[in-house]
Design a protein around this ligand. Sequence first.
Ligand SMILES: NC(=O)C1=CN([C@@H]2O[C@H](COP(=O)(O)OP(=O)(O)OC[C@H]3O[C@@H](n4cnc5c(N)ncnc54)[C@H](OP(=O)(O)O)[C@@H]3O)[C@@H](O)[C@H]2O)C=CC1
Ligand SMILES: CC(=O)N[C@@H](CCC(=O)OP(=O)(O)O)C(=O)O
Length: 346
Amino acid sequence: MVRVGIVGATGYGGAELIRFLAGHPHAQIANLYSSSSEGEALEKTFPHVTGLGLPLLTAIDPVKMGADNDVIFLATPAGVSAELTPQLMEQGVKVIDLSGDFRLESGEAYKTWYKREPAPAEWVQKAVYGLTEWNHEEVAGAQLIANPGCYPTAALLATLPLSKSGWVQPNSWIIDAKSGVSGAGRGVSLGVHYSEINESIHAYKVSKHQHTPEIEQELFRQSGQSAIVQFTPHLVPMTRGILVTAYGQLTADVTAEQIQELYTSTYADKPFVRVRPVGSNPHTKEVYGSNYCDISAHVDTRTGRVILLSVIDNVVKGAAGQAIQNMNVMFQLPENAGLPLVPAFP
Ligand SMILES: NC(=O)C1=CN([C@@H]2O[C@H](COP(=O)(O)OP(=O)(O)OC[C@H]3O[C@@H](n4cnc5c(N)ncnc54)[C@H](OP(=O)(O)O)[C@@H]3O)[C@@H](O)[C@H]2O)C=CC1
Ligand SMILES: CC(=O)N[C@@H](CCC(=O)OP(=O)(O)O)C(=O)O
């Protein structure tokens, strides 16, 4: 059994890690760490985990944590893992970071978009970007995984096959995205106050969102062509789910059926990407609570654009589910071990 430690267990990412790991056939929750609730039972924060026999929350002590776990998930805010990770890795333990601290290769870019100091470059270099479907081999050999951001997961799985094919002008991508409120985490603020967001929708961080350079970096890494993307996130009054609508200018007369064929073959052996029929419109509810990313393609012959639709559950494929998928690959376990295959519907 893989011994798992979770830092940030009292947050949404932590709660979802526990939901999947509690039923994982090859992993056991060995330690739960908290910076605020040391000595408490997690049931006090999350009654929904009552009866799982979880360990009590203990204090974060990076010097001890390496020996007590085979892998540690860091489901913590930006800046925390930059500090903890080097100390943990020096003890040989594997680390899967759900935050953005190790995703951007450029420290300058991190500073610009996250508005804080980057992790030391020598540690950032050790990180493998954990978009499992595209980096399987590197993930298998990694000690440190930078788990992708929620929006980049939905956007990259949708745009990468076409970016690589050369059928779309690289600088033409426009990525319009909508997210449920759990994407902002469990912390309370006016921006997620029920009466301010319910029955309303708004864009935020227009042209300034920290996932923009992450999407551009990975489009370049996988396709070899640099791309400047226009990315606009929106907050919608639902709990979970992301819908990405990606528009790209086609360079050739390509039909939706040809694009469908490209996507079907690209993702043929990938258990968590479902290519939906040409012209269909996936709903976030159809992946709710699951690790799936569902993608469909439309072609508008009038404008010469492809329109890709991509849906995920932000806390699952966008965070905890993908993190466990990466753990499975790192420990040579079945890629879907512990991850539910059928979404909760309705
Ligand atoms: N929610 C989502 O859909 C997604 C989130 N992410 C990223 O994953 C990470 C976790 O997100 P999420 O679970 O939503 O966030 P939450 O705010 O829900 O939880 C974060 C947890 O981190 C712990 N924490 C806070 N400050 C510190 C600190 N200084 N040192 C150690 N631990 C701390 C807290 O637990 P305690 O007080 O017990 O220590 C808290 O419960 C974030 O980086 C987020 O950006 C990525 C993709 C999607
Ligand atoms: C709805 C909402 O607020 N979503 C968050 C998701 C980003 C996130 O989780 O942060 P990192 O991926 O950078 O760690 C946001 O837009 O900032």
